[in-house]
Design a protein around this ligand. Sequence first.
Ligand code: ZN
Length: 574
Amino acid sequence: MSQDRSALPPEVDGSSLWVPAPDLDELRSEYDDLRAGWQAARDAQARYDVFRRWDVLRRRLATWQALARLRFDQQTTDPQRKAARHLVDEMSPKLMALDDAMKRLVLDSPGRADLEARIGRHVTALWECELSTFSPEIEEDLTREARLEAEYTALLAGARLAFEGETLNLAGIEPYTQSPDRDTRYRALQTKWAFFAAHGEELDRIFDDLVRVRHAMARRLGFSSFTELAYRRLNRLDYGPAAVEGYRQSIARDVVPLAADVVARRAKRLGIRTPMYWDESLSYPGGNPVPSSRGPALVEAGRGVFTAIHEDIGRLYGCMVDRRLLDLASRDGKALGGYCTSFPAYGVPFIFANFNCTHDDVHVLVHEMGHAFADYENAHRPVYDEITPTLEAAEVHSMSLEYLAWPQYELFFGADAARYRRQHLEDAILFLPYGAAVDHFQHLVYAHPDAGPAQRHEMWRQVERTYLHWRRYGDCAYLARGGLWQAKMHVYQVPFYYIDYTLALTCALQLWSVSLRDYREAVGRYVGLCRRGGEAPFTDLVRSAGLTSPFEEHALRAVGAQAKTVLAATETAA
Ligand SMILES: [Zn+2]
């Protein structure tokens, strides 16, 4: 699926891309035409032609949605952008309904076999999975669920924390929680969690309502619990809760002891006898590594980094810089966060971020560039649904690039590169048990939909004892009572998604391990994996890159052993 990367079409410039908003009536008649065309088609070629027309329409609509969302995030106070974003939110369910009806028509028609002979079985399996998660009966429940999710977003976005004479939001307080000064870290976390304690009842009530509405929806669709519905929403065709449970057990067995060791080693470096929760985000007594270049200089350094990894990645990055397909500086009115989006009608990706002069700037840029590369390489696939794989597979693209960039980090961090690499690896080891805890907690929650808030807090304490047994919250009573999960947006908004990051990390660490032996081999496998886009389910993609599925028992054991060796060998560099 590789394409000619020598030049992007001349009209492609990130600052001027635009797709007009569709007119709903016109769109309905376009879909009517497509349905009539499919039914009237006499042979496989005629049906494929209808499929292609539909596919082009879907790319145009997806591009309109992605652009409206991006333009709003770039300037959230602009009334026109706000209105355009609002229109997208209003129309999205209607567009989905039109698309679902078309999918249903194709799946139920005798012409389906002809199409599958052309495009394969994977796409129709995805459609079947998607369609099983919806029925008009749950429309009201879905609206209620979306409203509760928005309530959570608004509650957190409205946080105003008074700290050291400043008024900060939840993102603004984060750098202080990594301060080299222990008292500052402690007070920053106390300030942050005082906000959650003050809104504890509201947070419990929102989540309680979410659990109930999700469970009711699942039952209405004929599932035994929400867990089953959630796995389908995530398009997990190739594994279920039992495989994930086995995977969590291997994290508890093979990674938790290593993570406890990382916490102890960090404490030793910091000269702390009893490490507390507020000590976990600091790696070095003088502070965490910071990039040696900032802003535009850091963006320029990226050209060398990505070209050294692979010339195609470097060339794409250069094009993205030159064509303004990056918006990285933070400014007033810009939405928080960092992500990669793409415009399928143009076949180009776009990276959005909020640089804050910490190591996060490098992390976001490299991570999102992995997504951007995979998106670009697959933009011209004949089937829209196969451009991007499921979420855990997509995160392999981004996380692996973070590790393939290891030999180049001098260009970003100068003399601090070795310390950054070590911190990057330690953070990965610490993340796996945390991710497993967040996942295990959700399985407990939805297995006991009638539990109350106090029981849920007890469930969180239970998973902390399994995966994060070293944690000490001191006099931070809200956390000691089991409140940490309430700051995790995914638990409220994308149920069961979180484990995807750990699955992807398990694969990325395997590629890292290969890269230490044979760098070119690892890059070759990585590029090959990216170029498969979303043409197969997660475990199939992983195996084709010569990696062990995370669901196999020995996957984490090998990765853990490699990490242990590298951490031991670099101890002095710390
Ligand atoms: Zn990502």
